[in-house]
Design a protein around this ligand. Structure first.
Ligand code: NDP
Length: 246
């Protein structure tokens, strides 16, 4: 039986992959969830149906985070559906790999817009709209600490997101709002698998001390903990959630 405690979460990019699993985990704990998506309406509806079938509450909200009004519309939709916002999970993100010499302005700008500007606008909104004792969790990446060739725009935007995380944690601490980042290593979602050969995926898997890739559930459990009352004394941290690969 799902325990109801009247909390509400916005999870960006929750139609697929890690975000969908985060939405399911929060909902299983009785948290009403706004399942944001850009294009995958069928998959977002399936996540909502899954949550409702288990006794939880969720609503799918289309908002393309590349558009400036997305932050306002997501908070408006959350309040209209559930009355308040307690938790913001900035999960949606993108990655295109290329050496800096081969990177286009368009690709760089897209990384900045989705991985940095959109979470910034949502955090700014959350700074005034989140209830006292709320939670903000940003999805960074373990590649921030690796300085791997080909990852420059992605790693740079995630590093900047970590900087925002540390600063906002200090700004919102007086209201008992925690702000943290979860930084996964490779996780078996389309995001990671797309464009990689089976050999390369096997190689990356073998590099992990656990001999496997992360799963969306590995990451969702940590986000859930940070979102829970047990995570209330953790703030301004980056939790590298990767099986010890770095
Ligand atoms: P997926 O590609 O599997 O899912 C991405 C999600 O983001 C989808 O729900 C998608 O919605 C949504 N999205 C994409 N563009 C937009 C947009 N413009 N507006 C709103 N939503 C959008 O990604 P993952 O689940 O793998 O990754 C989630 C997060 O975890 C990202 O921030 C990523 O950087 C981070 N991460 C992932 C790792 C991995 O190996 N998978 C490793 C380290 C970090 P739609 O379906 O509608 O397009």
């Amino acid at each position: 039986m799902t325990q109801k405690h009247n909390k509400t979460a916005i999870v960006t990019g929750a139609s697929r992959g890690i975000g969908a699993e985060i939405a399911r985990h929060l909902a299983a704990d009785g948290i009403a969830v706004v399942v944001n998506y850009a294009n995958s309406s069928t998959q977002a509806a399936a996540v909502v149906a899954d949550i409702e079938a288990r006794g939880g509450q969720a609503v799918a909200v289309q908002a393309n985070l590349l558009q400036a009004e997305a932050a306002d519309s997501l908070f408006d939709a959350a309040k209209a559906a559930f009355g308040r916002v307690d938790i913001l999970v900035n999960n949606a993100g993108m990655m295109e790999l290329a050496p800096i010499g081969q990177t286009s302005d368009v690709s760089f700008a897209r990384h900045v817009a989705l991985n940095l500007t959109a979470p910034f606008q949502l955090m700014r909104k959350a700074a005034t709209q989140l209830v006292d004792g709320g939670r903000i969790i940003n999805l960074s990446s373990s590649v921030v600490g690796l300085y791997q060739p080909g990852y420059a725009p992605y790693a740079a935007t995630k590093a900047a997101l970590e900087a925002l995380t540390h600063i906002l944690a200090k700004e919102l601490g007086p209201r008992r709002i925690t702000v943290n980042a979860v930084a996964p290593g490779p996780v078996e979602t389309e995001f990671f698998l797309d464009g990689k050969s089976e050999e390369l995926v096997d190689h990356i898997r073998s590099m992990n001390p656990f001999g496997r890739l992360g799963t969306p559930e590995d990451i969702a459990r940590v986000v859930h903990f940070l979102a829970s009352s047990d995570g209330g004394w953790i703030s301004g941290q980056v939790i590298r959630t990767n099986g010890g690969i770095i």
